[in-house]
Ligand binder design. Structure first.
Ligand code: PLP
Length: 286
């Protein structure tokens, strides 16, 4: 089964999809995107992903070209037309095609693109062994709450992690934790889960919300507040969360063991809560 993508109203094989070189997504990175995990054929937290997508449209002043019902139909169609029970659906909207000029063109139609990739959630050995991360100064822009396709900062930072054989980069701005290049970061100290506040310096992760909700619903002490670099460096546990990584324990930071150097007890609890929650939601959707 070849990969089927959606481009501006049509479904087609990936290799047939073309956009003009003057698309502002190509020229300026002038666009936004979403990534939605799909388990056993069911999109996870789709309304929340579409609500964030709508906020991204508003933030960059593109009129959302589709209603939530239309996006939902498109997501379901992409799932049906592509292989795999577990997929990750990627949606992207750019401002459209126009002569190169930084200011917004008038009367252009947004470019709408959707594709599916196979979703491989982290393998058991990765969950049980934990992952390595490095740290870096967060030098990205001041609108990190917008899920923008302008990801050069994130790519440079992630490559620094890849160069160090690390899975992610944990970033600090002005001495405080922000997030990873493509994940949110949680810290555990003395049994308390610490989460960064949602502001313009971090992406409001859908997985972040699930983790905060699960902690609150299951009596895990959690504080949402600014977290200092010193707190991260002396943490008992560090977790990264995202739609494709789910919840992973960082067991070494800048080559120093985090806590015992193994995924901690609180992580173990949250990982199980997350997997159970996923199973329940998917059973209800079936
Ligand atoms: N932060 C950044 C910069 C991201 O790119 C992502 C996801 O790709 C996240 C956080 C996690 O967001 P979500 O849980 O919605 O996947």
């Amino acid at each position: 089964m070849s990969e089927i993508v959606y481009l501006n109203g049509e479904f087609m094989p990936l290799e047939d999809a073309r956009i003009p070189v003057l698309d502002r997504g190509f020229i300026f990175g002038d666009g936004i995107y979403e990534v939605i995990p799909v388990y056993s054929g069911h999109p996870f937290r789709l309304p929340e992903h579409l609500a964030r997508f709508e906020r991204s449209h508003q933030a960059i002043r593109i009129a959302n070209p589709m209603s939530d019902a239309e996006w939902t139909r498109l997501v379901r169609e992409l799932i049906a037309r592509n292989a795999g029970d577990d997929q990750s659906i990627y949606l992207q909207v750019t401002r459209g095609v126009a002569r190169r000029d930084h200011a917004f063109p008038k009367d252009v139609k947004p470019t709408v693109f959707g594709m599916s990739n196979l979703l491989s959630t982290p393998a058991r050995e990765v969950v049980d062994g934990g992952v390595h991360a490095i740290t870096a100064i967060d030098y990205r822009w001041l609108k990190c709450d917008v899920k923008s396709t302008s990801l050069l900062g994130n790519c440079l930072l992630r490559q620094a992690a890849a160069d160090a054989d690390a899975i992610e980069v944990v970033m600090f701005r002005d001495g405080f934790l922000t997030e990873g290049s493509s994940s949110n970061v949680f810290v555990v100290k003395n049994g308390v889960v610490l989460a960064t506040p949602k502001n313009n310096l971090v992406l409001p992760g859908i997985t972040y919300d699930v983790v905060v909700e699960l902690a609150r619903a299951n009596g895990l002490p959690i504080e949402v507040r600014p977290i200092t670099e010193a707190e991260v460096r002396s943490a008992d546990e560090i977790w990264v969360t995202s739609s494709t990584k789910e919840v992973l324990a960082v067991t070494s930071l800048d080559e120093k063991a985090v806590g015992s150097g193994k995924p901690g007890a609180v992580f173990g609890r949250m990982y199980k809560l997350y997997q159970d929650f996923k199973s329940t939601v998917m059973r209800q959707a079936a």
